[in-house]
Design a protein around this ligand. Sequence first.
Ligand code: CUA
Length: 166
Amino acid sequence: MHLHKYEKIWLVFGLGSLALFLVVIGFAAFWKGTHPQSHIETIDPQNIEANESFKPENLGLTEVADGKYVVNIVASAFNYDLGKEEDGSPTKTIRVPKGSTVLFQITTRDVVHGFQVAGTNVNMMVEPGHISRYETVMKNDGDFTIVCNEYCGIGHHLMFGTVEVY
Ligand code: CUA
């Protein structure tokens, strides 16, 4: 079979692109640790407090074992409820030691929000009726900004927080 020169170029281009994309996906999944969050568990968005993890007193950071933490978060327009400071005021900062394993569990009361911890591999979509979960190891120290990366309304840019790894 004779292949025209341009056919060969396009074949090489097509197969090359496919190979390149597979390498990019493999790099993201196996090297950077990027995986889709779990969408298995559902929740009633009208009655979030019925779920043990999202009762007001259980929001925010909890150390569950040595070096292992759970962070329960409720997103709503236009705020992340990250729990309270020791004086009872709402906190905007989650503080964990470097090398900690942190499980983020988040749900929303109203519309679709995002939950991205910039500079880490935490990047979830938060949908009403679902609990989004993602576990990661905080390998680097520093301040990492939490941002909402799904446009959720007029106060979208007001949704932020910080993960402080020390
Ligand atoms: Cu919440 Cu954008």
